[in-house]
Design a protein around this ligand. Sequence first.
Ligand SMILES: Nc1ncnc2c1ncn2[C@@H]1O[C@H](COP(=O)(O)OP(=O)(O)OP(=O)(O)O)[C@@H](O)[C@H]1O
Length: 330
Amino acid sequence: MIELEGLTKRYGTKTAVDHLSFQVRPGMITGFLGPNGAGKSTTMRMMLDLDNPTSGTVRIDGRHYRELDEPLKYIGALLDAKAMHGGRSAYNNLLCLAQSNRIPERRVGEVLDLVGLTAVARKKSKGFSLGMGQRLGIASALLGDPEILMFDEPVNGLDPEGIHWIRNLMKALASEGRTIFVSSHLMSEMALTADHLIVIGQGKLLADTSMADFIRQNSRSFVRLRSPQRERLLDVLHENGFVAVESGNGTLEIDGTTTEALGELAAAHQLVLHELSAQQASLEEAFMQMTAGAVEYHAHGGAGDPGAPPAAPPGPQWGARAGGPTTEEL
Ligand SMILES: Nc1ncnc2c1ncn2[C@@H]1O[C@H](COP(=O)(O)OP(=O)(O)OP(=O)(O)O)[C@@H](O)[C@H]1O
């Protein structure tokens, strides 16, 4: 368990982390989200005693990091995979870490095996690909067999196989009862991985909630309907007080109701339906909605539209799916 109480970090006049209080609980994966510059890395660094808070405290299983005898046995972290000594082999990098933390040498072989690097254990880590470097960083986090693990952007730059591997590893670690705290910009990945979310913006706590509740509370849910008897269906909906919005390709979207209610209404009027589905916006949409006012730097929608919501970063890092996942998929 990690507990933050009133954690604050100021750099001159800039407040990077602003009175953050939350708990990261065992047995689940807690995702840590926030727009660029929200204070995620600063928070994680303070959790690991790599930065001093201006005020407030972080407790690891009830104790300050500095009070832990052999910290790697309590908490392991992947903050920067490039932090390894490039001139050393993967094995020797881990061996140095093990020796300075009184961890038996056999554990080096075990973690190399666990992350799939046994075959390249004697190769210098400077020749490693991004994915191999991430695996080595994860091996170092696992070295002390800690109950708490923190990963800052663990899937950055990884291929789909690597992403899949890290996701499954984190799930397996959480199912063993460990505390897993992970930050990521990949919303689709976070939606598939995290059970619980901590969202921050401009250093402040915006949400501390389950993934399903976060999406439910911060995005629109609706029912999608499609029928070859569209005009009749529109009449029946109207007569029964439903407001249908056309969404292209002959589909209708109706807010504030359920598939059960609309399915039964259609059946009562002998209407044929080709689609009847519950839709929930994606984590990305919910996140954008919540953090729109807390983005440090954002592109405007156009010269005449200074109030436009922040533009989504380009490319696949947001991994948006049309329609987004349903709550069942989460
Ligand atoms: N050493 C520092 N000196 C001054 N300002 C800093 C320092 N480190 C971070 N900041 C500022 O504190 C704020 C939070 O930064 P931080 O890197 O923690 O955010 P982040 O959420 O991790 O961002 P990103 O997602 O872009 O990595 C930013 O405005 C950043 O410019």
